[in-house]
Ligand binder design. Structure first.
Ligand code: NDP
Length: 311
């Protein structure tokens, strides 16, 4: 029997690490790295991050596309995507990295750390009486693989956490609400707002000038999802006016963030270069291999993406 093959394409991920990790799971799978493909007919699976336009049409027997990341916004927005199941990455390593990022960013604000960082630069003993964490309201928008774990961890340290998603959820210690009609009330009560939504037609620009104005004065915003969920000019205006006191941003409308971008100029904005969470091939390969096994057996893959929903 001819071996089936997976084609790999990414400018960011290491093909050697992925080849080794996948071959440990599926020794019978042929691994080829685009554009070095000797038998495109044998390619049944594509493991890709932002392949060039027309990429998929070279593989007539494609049965599965696996997105080399959690966010599928750039993949599902393409008009050359074949009509095959799409899977995305999600694994414990990715969840724990994101949880650590969100815990760090929220606790930094809950414990007034930016004020001490600034005071230290002035050599000033700047005492701010700590507040009980239970009195600090945190909103988490998006309660999927990443948001639900982050919300649970924030509640675990004692913060007052409300989570928001499209559908109802149950997360220990977290007040969960669902649906667009509840969004304004979640925003209005969040001293610290964390964005962990996917970028879809529904969430693009979801946090605009109106929503930012709903936040309590002096609120802090943490966006670890996608830049385009937040209206960047509106955020800059809210930072300038002081309505938003602080922001931690890992994702931007344009990446890398250009040197002349105004967001670099705020000393109350912490910028990280889109690395809140990443995938380690050794951890993610197990689920990728299982998806390939399932598709070989005519079953849906793990972490299947719903194209019409956009995530
Ligand atoms: P999931 O698909 O598991 O979860 C998405 C969550 O968002 C779900 O709870 C979903 O609700 C909710 N949601 C989606 N659309 C809406 C809507 N219109 N209204 C309300 N809630 C909505 O995604 P992950 O948790 O795995 O990842 C979230 C995003 O994080 C990714 O899409 C990616 O963009 C970003 N990301 C960023 C990284 C970084 O390094 N900065 C790394 C990895 C991911 P429901 O559960 O009801 O369907």
């Amino acid at each position: 029997m001819t071996r089936d093959a997976v084609v790999f394409y990414s400018k960011f991920d290491d093909p050697v690490a992925w080849r080794n990790a996948l071959q440990a799971e599926l020794p019978d799978l042929k691994f080829c790295v685009a554009p070095d493909i000797d038998d495109s007919v044998a390619v049944r699976h594509a493991l890709v991050w932002k392949p060039p336009t027309g990429f998929f049409s070279a593989f007539p027997n494609l049965a599965l596309v696996i997105n080399l990341g959690a966010g599928v916004d750039s993949l599902v927005a393409r008009d050359d995507l074949p009509d095959v199941p799409i899977s995305r990455l999600s694994d414990d390593g990715m969840v724990s990295l994101m949880t650590s990022y969100v815990l760090f960013a929220v606790i930094r604000y809950a414990r007034d750390i930016p004020a001490f960082e600034r005071a230290q630069r002035r050599r000033e003993w700047h005492y701010i009486h700590p507040r009980a964490l239970s009195g600090i309201k945190v909103g988490v928008l998006g309660l999927g693989e990443l948001g639900s774990a982050a919300a649970a961890a924030l509640a675990q340290v004692g913060l007052n956490v409300t989570g928001w998603a499209r559908t109802e959820k149950t997360i220990p210690g977290v007040r969960c609400v669902a649906g667009r009609a509840t969004l304004d009330s979640v925003i209005a009560q969040s001293e610290i707002l964390v964005i962990l939504l996917p970028l879809t037609p529904d969430t693009r620009g979801l946090i605009g000038a109106r929503e930012l104005a709903l936040l309590p004065r002096g609120a802090k915003l943490i966006n670890a999802a996608r830049g385009a969920i937040v209206d960047e000019p509106a955020l800059i205006a809210a930072l300038r006016s002081g309505h938003i006191a602080e922001a931690t941003l890992d994702a931007f409308m344009i990446e890398p963030l250009p040197p002349e971008h105004p967001l670099w100029t705020f000393d109350n904005v912490l910028i990280t270069p889109h690395l809140a969470s990443i995938t380690v091939p050794e951890q993610a390969a197990r689920d990728v291999a299982e998806s390939i096994r399932r598709v070989r057996a005519g079953q849906p893959p793990l972490h299947a993406v719903n194209r019409s929903r956009g995530y």
